[in-house]
Design a binder for this molecule. Structure first.
Ligand SMILES: [Zn+2]
Length: 100
């Protein structure tokens, strides 16, 4: 699976320790190499999107509960906001592989 931000290829079965110990999300336990993030559209009537990013991009985005469309654009992602799957479409999916 690829990071939607930088395009780094990650094997989801190989866990990695989050490399930024100063962050709140940090724990010593290895976690999945790609993390889900919800993206809020600039246009309030627009659709929320779901993205998946590596630890480095996650750090760059510095998310709170979710990120904004502008925040996503800010890291110059390989997958633009419009091309991300809608959050609604992904609810209840046990595997994100079909979207990314
Ligand atoms: Zn990345």
């Amino acid at each position: 699976m690829k990071c939607c931000g930088c395009g780094a290829e990650k094997d989801m079965s190989v866990l990695e320790t989050y490399p930024f110990p100063e962050d709140e999300i940090f724990c010593n336990e290895p976690i999945q190499p790609l993390l889900n993030l919800e993206c809020q559209p600039k246009d309030k009537s627009g659709e929320w999107k779901l993205t998946i990013v590596c630890h480095e991009c996650f750090k760059k985005l510095d998310p709170d509960m979710w990120i904004s469309e502008n925040c996503w654009i800010g890291i110059n992602p390989i997958i633009t906001f419009d091309k991300l799957p809608s959050l609604k479409a992904t609810i209840g999916c046990t595997s994100l592989n079909i979207f990314f």
